[in-house]
Ligand binder design. Sequence first.
Ligand code: FNR
Length: 366
Amino acid sequence: MAYDTLFTPIEMGNQTFKNRVFMAPLTRLRAIEPGDIPTILAAEYYAQRAGAGLIITEATQVSLQAKGYAGAPGIHDEEQVTAWKVITDAVHAKDGKIVVQLWHTGLVSHESVQPEGKAPISASKINVGVRTSLRDDNGNPIRVEGTTPRAASLDEINQVIADFAQATKYAKQAGFDGVEIHGAHGYLLHQFWAEHTNKRDDNYGGSRENRARLMLQVIDACVDAWDKDHVGIRVSPLGSFNNVDVGYNEEEAIWLVEQINERGLMYLHLSEPDWAGGTPYSTEFRQKLRQAFHNSIIAAGGYTPEKAQTMVEAGYIDAVAFGRDYIANPDLAQRIKKGVALNEQHPETFYGGGIKGYTDYPFMSE
Ligand code: FNR
């Protein structure tokens, strides 16, 4: 059997996961509007991928205000919860496990998808020239420039924290095996962390303690809403994502991971920069990450099975998450195990649309 190490079970929180080949969170922009409700097709899509040790869903809004992309689903009302329950049931019926990735997009948004057409919130009123995705009259995705954000008030910050907590309760109700807080890729929590986008002079800006405050308060609120064994977080602590640039300050990145570690979470999920053209992590940085975080570490970003196996055996990570390969190969874990070639990817169907490029990629036996 190839890549034996990737097929040993892993304990995270109080659960056992059958292998270490995970499905990365992947926005597919096929949810129903209005309502931001995941479709029945999403149940088929995720159930097809239940061979993964863990499925992390596409990023999912914790509130109406958290929305930045037309077609991304939400988890902030009962109708959405009912739809997600169909999905978690379908994955569990195939012996899979699934957590929902919770996000607030902050400035990566557009007034046309915001409540009352307001400007989206961020740490500060700074336009980083980001683009997001809306739908045209035919429902097809179109890229547009984000609306210049406004600085969140303290009441709004408290509401964001409460929304993450409520979404965590909804996730439990919907049958998820946990939640993953999206602390990466230049979305709201990352916008507060990055000096580039955070020019606040209150308790949420300035020192690193202040810039980390929102992320850590969100973690604490999610843990209160469920427990630490069912809460993970994704971070991208080095490099630039969505034009939000934190540079390459390894010392600050490790400090942040140490603060996260104190919360005893189920896992830390690292989105590494090299898949998007950034500088790869150094071995020294990997060693420091491992020392700073004591529970499971998942890594993603341009991984091959070879690299994943090497990193797991070296002790730097515990599991790998594949993104694009999981879009194109519903049975990716099984293909890796058997050494079967992968399907060709069709990036033009990554975002938006229906069955094509979503549930019609062939399984290896076909
Ligand atoms: C992504 N990625 C991503 N990341 C995230 O945290 N939440 C998300 O919703 C998405 N959505 C998304 C959609 C699409 C179409 C792509 C290609 C990527 C990033 C993803 O999880 C992963 O980190 C990257 O794809 C790099 O891994 P691979 O593809 O090199 O294995």
